[in-house]
Design a protein around this ligand. Structure first.
Ligand SMILES: C[S@@+](CC[C@H](N)C(=O)[O-])C[C@H]1O[C@@H](n2cnc3c(N)ncnc32)[C@H](O)[C@@H]1O
Length: 254
């Protein structure tokens, strides 16, 4: 006896008309960055990638202009105290970070040695041609100073000393940089950085600004020891995507 043909659809009986019921579910709100005990690594990874803010999954603010530097701009901006009234970005290139940290009441200055990449002065932002090793500003002129991928272009100790000089007491200096591969002990960082790059580059539009770039001659340790000597009390962290971050709050005079 011929066996009835199996229905392709689960629960469908041969010979009967089948009505597919559409289940209407409410549209999801913004996804919660809550992954439960087993999802802790996922949540930690989202936080580390800047994709989780106040318990919500968000897209990266530089999704349309993403690279290994702009990936960290939100972290740099968020660390600046709300009371800061002036911000200097050294080696600012075409000024994306300057525009990102600009807000009403904050005077932003960008300097770079390359006059060709510097944009024109904009609302509240002044651009000046100058070297990180010889900044044309008085001592203590800025409440926040950033250097992004500039330190390996200059004498690191001189660059840090100048940045510290123009920073006001109580101000925050942040240096984002990179170093040369050192071999085996860098392998765990390499694995993380390659994975992070893979994940982020699928969700973003790569962006290459028209700025001069140099492969670093100096090692991770060089930057770390320069920061330790010139900026006592500074913190040094290896961040994702082949970057380190030195943060230093300038002590107020005793
Ligand atoms: C890799 S780009 C980084 C640009 C930008 N900070 C960013 O986040 O994309 C390095 C920048 O440092 C600048 N630079 C190189 N030597 C410098 C110096 N001695 N003083 C100031 N800027 C310098 C270059 O012109 C270039 O714009």
């Amino acid at each position: 006896m011929a066996r009835p043909r199996r229905a392709a659809h689960r629960g469908r009986r041969p010979g009967r008309r089948h009505r597919c019921r559409r289940v209407r579910r409410p549209l999801p709100g913004p996804a919660r960055c809550r992954a439960g005990a087993r999802g802790q690594p996922v949540r930690a990874a989202r936080r580390a990638l800047g994709l989780c803010r106040r318990g919500r999954v968000v897209s990266h603010p530089f999704r349309e202009r993403w690279n290994h530097n702009s990936h960290h701009y939100p972290r740099l901006r968020d660390a600046v105290p709300a009371t800061a009234r002036s911000h200097l970005d050294v080696g600012c290139g075409e000024g994306t970070l300057c525009r990102y940290v600009a807000r009403p009441g904050v005077a932003v200055t960008g300097v770079d040695v390359d006059a060709e990449v510097l944009p024109r002065d904009d609302d509240g932002i002044t651009y000046t041609v100058a070297s990180a090793e010889d900044l044309p500003f008085d001592d203590g002129s800025f409440d926040a100073v950033t250097l992004v991928m500039v330190l390996h272009h200059v004498d690191a100790r001189r660059g840090l000393t100048e940045a510290a000089r123009v920073l006001a007491p109580g101000g925050l200096l942040q240096v984002l940089g990179t170093g040369r591969f050192r071999g085996l002990r860098d392998v765990p960082f390499e694995v993380r950085d390659v994975l992070t790059h893979q994940v982020m580059s699928r969700r973003t539009v790569p962006w290459e600004p028209p700025t001069t770039r140099l492969a670093p001659e100096s090692s991770w340790d060089d930057a770390r020891s320069a920061a330790r000597d010139v900026l006592p009390g500074s913190t040094y962290r290896r961040l994702a995507l082949w970057r380190y971050l030195v943060s230093w709050t300038k002590p107020a005079p005793a």
